[in-house]
Design a protein around this ligand. Structure first.
Ligand code: SAM
Length: 457
């Protein structure tokens, strides 16, 4: 029989994530589809699962402080039950504390831990009775911020080097907030004002994005995006404001040949086609066939016909059949700029995985550079904030390929049908764009435009 107790459903989902190392969003979708829950309870399950995964480090530290046995010696299920109880007490204010204690003790009893239900009761009550913030923090700044906001030390250390303490604290807080949802209006079909009006008529509040002339941000949570006005008609795509900026940096012109070397699922490929008025050719390449199929479906929904696709590992393609006026490498990366969207990403990456990714990124950039027409444009972008995947990849590429240079964003870049020019205020003195979420209220992104020193276009 489908489960109708939200805490039991959340517990089962967390168990699957814990035991099978399932991705959080996959386990959540599966768990919710097998349950029979009211809308409000589905919301609670989502909050509990994402929250517990995200705040694991802080929650473990609290268990370490209040339980008699160290965390490694606790039964795995007991640890999850502590997590659920402590998360509600610490981070949710809509559930009265006695109700949290009662439901968490019941959860222990109903899941084979009746003998330990007194321990659960004791730990939660100790937490409630402690004055001030019970979480004891270490002195060194990186460990302190990492434990308080629940990140691995190495990520916080990287941010501290780039930002200093105050901004690192702001960034840590930002990535623990629920993600925003942005739309990119398909200006090939409809105007931003028309979409804005359709949403307002449906009682859904939106606001314009400051840096993206095609962008609208939804101001409240909505249900299934497919039900929103204009989805079926291809009026818009879901794309964060910062990802939209990549299209403007490529700045494709009608009639050109553009190669999107890491294209799936086509968020930027379709944007390029929109900016070109669907005139010209866009090659969308990716090694993942299933993800590339989504790009084709998206292009069909958006009524874009200038996109061709190629399934291949970039590194194994000899020479591309055509050269591009512009080539985009939206590289696979650690995603450290989108940690708010992926609750488990902070635990899945490591200094070693970043090192491996930077080698791949370098290879992809080198290969894609050979597909650019003389004097053409090459854009490199990632949704990570790690210099090893960004600035250092570009630095090495320029060292090894002295004929290439960075082309800073001009204050008047050509963007047909669009004004004002969105990118100039975001450009750094080095010539690239690095979006810091806590400064710009968008996903973290890095993007840079390069040109070889031949006749420019
Ligand atoms: C950041 S995602 C691209 C997102 C896409 N540009 C968008 O906006 O929707 C990176 C993509 O690179 C692809 N990729 C990774 N390694 C590759 C390789 N060696 N050759 C081709 N594609 C690769 C992945 O399959 C993934 O779809």
């Amino acid at each position: 029989m489908p489960n109708s107790n939200p805490r039991q459903v959340a517990f089962a989902i967390l168990k699957e994530i814990d035991r099978r190392d399932t991705y959080t969003d996959v386990a959540l979708n599966r768990g919710l589809s097998g349950a029979k829950l009211a809308r409000v309870d589905r919301g609670l399950v989502t909050e509990l699962v994402y929250g517990v995964v995200r705040r694991r480090r802080s929650l473990d530290a609290l268990i370490g402080q209040f339980a008699r046995k160290p965390i490694e010696e606790q039964p795995a299920d007991l640890r999850l039950i502590f997590h659920l109880g402590l998360y509600q007490l610490r981070y949710l204010d809509q559930i009265p504390a006695p109700a949290v204690v009662h439901t968490t003790v019941e959860l222990a009893k109903n899941n084979g831990l009746r003998g330990l239900s007194g321990v659960v009761n004791g730990v939660l009550r100790q937490y409630m009775r402690s004055p001030g913030d019970p979480l004891k923090l270490p002195d060194p700044v990186a460990q302190r911020l990492a434990m308080l906001h629940s990140y691995p030390d190495w990520i916080v250390e990287k941010w501290l080097t780039q930002l200093g303490e105050t901004e690192t604290q702001q960034l840590c807080e930002w990535f623990n907030r629920p993600p925003t949802l942005d739309l990119r209006v398909n200006i090939h079909k409809v105007s931003v004002a028309e979409v804005e009006t359709a949403f307002q008529e449906a009682g859904i509040s939106v606001e314009r994005l400051p840096y993206s002339p095609q962008g609208l941000r939804l101001l409240k949570k909505v249900g299934a995006v497919q039900q929103l006005p204009g989805f079926e008609q291809g009026w818009w795509s879901i794309q964060d404001g910062s990802a939209q900026l990549v299209g403007y940096l490529v700045d494709p012109q009608p009639g050109e040949v553009v190669i999107d070397a890491c294209a799936a699922p086509g968020g930027k490929t379709t944007h390029l086609a929109e900016l070109m008025g669907d005139r010209g050719t866009i090659w969308g390449c990716d090694r993942q066939h299933s993800r590339l199929k989504k790009a084709i479906q998206n292009a069909q929904r958006l009524d874009l016909h200038s996109i061709k696709t190629l399934v291949a590992d970039l590194r194994e393609i000899g020479d591309f059949s055509v050269k591009g006026d512009r080539v985009l490498v939206d590289a696979p990366c650690s995603g450290l700029g989108t940690l708010h969207r992926h609750a488990d990403a902070r635990w899945r990456q490591s200094p070693e995985s970043i090192e491996q990714l930077s080698v791949l990124q370098q290879e992809l950039l080198e290969k894609a550079a050979s597909w650019v027409k003389p004097g053409g444009i090459l854009v490199y972008s990632t949704c990570t904030l790690d210099p090893q995947e960004n600035e250092q990849v570009i630095g090495r590429f320029l060292d090894q390929n002295p004929q290439w240079r960075i082309v800073p964003v001009r204050s008047r870049q050509r963007c047909p049908a669009l004004s004002p020019e969105p990118l100039a205020p975001l450009s750094t003195p080095e010539g690239w764009i690095k979006i810091w979420p806590h400064r710009h209220q968008m996903d973290g992104f890095f993007m840079v435009r390069l040109q070889s020193s031949q006749e420019s276009i």
